[in-house]
Unconditional design. Structure first.
Lengths: 299, 299
């Protein structure tokens, strides 16, 4: 099953209470791709500059990510610099250099336009709409977003949301977009904007999923050390959509199982900088942690 | 099975975004007793003043709460005045009048000293120790606490904790007592202080339970409106210990089921001021919400 992701590939500089790194592999589409590659065939659309290290391209290729949609253009790669204090739920941005991402206009290669599963990573909702115009008849589209677009591109964002199947966002974004402090109430309001499902990421508190007449709540995997939370949401999305792509029916049970797989991959990802923990992650480890999720939640 | 609770019986004045009330029935031992009374026989030890309305005594008696340990003494009843803003996780105290509670010295009636289950509600840990000296051989003791005692009575609190079976507290208290920002790490440190189990209440995010080699996480019941969170923790404790008192073995499954029952009762309690929602609550409603907890968490 073919999974298309459109988003950023970046070089991040990050400081957490546990360490500091410069220009490491990052970006929403990167994290999503690596996570989803454990479950299905991923096609990536993004842009990098001339300075983007070949070793990162090699790594993505080693994960069997289809890179025909990864454009290399003159200029510097998108860079994000931030830090986390002891409250690892909150990222503090120090600097954002859009660089080549400034003029990113997602041109979906012809051979990607039949993709069955589409992930619109966190980019300008106008660009997300442009992607939707180019794909032919996807079975499932998930879109992510962020506070910047809620504040500056609300009409375009509402248009995008009305045209996707699942909306994925974090708790503060859900409250902000719905203009409703109660998270359950916010989720219901967002459902009213069009998507079949609203999935709200709550960081260390897990995730909730709302649909018409259904509700699911999954706690987070109990980690004593969150080394670097960067990419948690995107690896969750990759695990979720990757797993979903394996189920022909996408039943309620399949959706819930896929939310657990998303949480499993995200829980591994935050154990190291970049997606380093995913480099040598095995399917055995994934299944083992899935079973642990069962053990810690069953009653 | 006999359940002993020692704590406060109070008159609360509360303002929430949904309304404002004055001198309503409150107090940790009140909330606990009413909640536990759905599952077992409760014995109450507390003190009130001459102004304590007879109707409240009648209500507790109607719940079959044994009131031989409720002392009425000259003076005014303990009063708490507070408000909640839209973040209903945080209570803002406006005024605390200890009144007759100032000189509360829990004298456990002889006929209560054989109690099998003991709940040390949130009172001075020195008084909690005094209770432990008087009960003979309880099967299970749970103690609750709060930031005030963590800050002002740490040695006595540590002594109490080392002598109880389960420690119950909220997330910020757990971090403060353990001096550890990561909640899972904090829970492990608290386990090291002596109790078999540490149960951490996270408000709208549910509850986690840690034991030696076991971990359980339960999300909160999804409420669109939390009318008044006062008493949520104590009704949780009442449902938990009440339910546990029904299981002779107190197996891991029994403990988990009891945590769900605690969450069920607490979720009803926050739907109204005081314990008003519990006045006409039926066992059918409790069982129905228990099944809903299963439906929203299973995968």
């Amino acid at each position: 099953m073919s999974i298309l992701v459109v988003g950023s590939v970046a070089l991040d500089s990050i400081r957490t209470p546990f360490g500091e790194v410069e220009d490491i592999l990052g970006g929403s589409a990167t994290y999503f791709s690596v996570a989803a590659s454990f479950f299905g065939d991923v096609r990536l659309v993004a842009v990098v500059g001339e300075d983007f290290p070949a070793q990162h391209v090699d790594f993505l290729a080693s994960r069997k990510v289809d890179l025909r949609g990864l454009k290399r253009v003159p200029g510097k790669t998108f860079r994000w610099k931030g830090h986390y204090d002891y409250d690892l739920n909150e990222a503090h941005t120090l600097e954002t250099q859009l660089n080549v991402f400034q003029d990113f206009d997602p041109d979906i290669p012809e051979e990607y336009r039949d993709s069955e599963f589409v992930f619109l990573a966190n980019i300008d909702p106008g660009l997300q709409l442009r992607v939707l115009e180019q794909v032919r008849s996807p079975r499932l589209v998930i879109c992510d977003t962020m506070n910047l677009w809620i504040e500056t591109r609300r009409p375009q964002l509402l248009e995008t949301i009305s045209r996707v199947d699942y909306l994925l966002l974090n708790d503060s974004e859900a409250r902000q977009l719905a203009e409703e402090p109660n998270l359950i109430g916010a989720g219901r309001k967002l459902l009213g904007m069009g998507p079949q499902r609203v999935i709200i990421k709550k960081g260390e508190h897990g995730v909730i999923m709302l649909g018409k007449d259904v509700f699911f709540s999954l706690p987070a995997y109990p980690l004593e050390t969150v080394f670097d939370p960067t990419g948690a949401g995107d690896t969750f999305g990759g695990g979720l959509l990757g797993s979903l792509s394996r189920y022909p029916e996408m039943s309620e049970d399949d959706i819930r199982r896929s939310i657990v797989y998303g949480s499993v991959i995200a829980s591994f990802n935050v154990e190291s900088f970049s997606c380093d923990r995913l480099r040598d992650l095995t399917t055995g480890e994934i299944e083992e942690r899935y079973r642990e999720f069962t053990a810690i939640t069953c009653f």
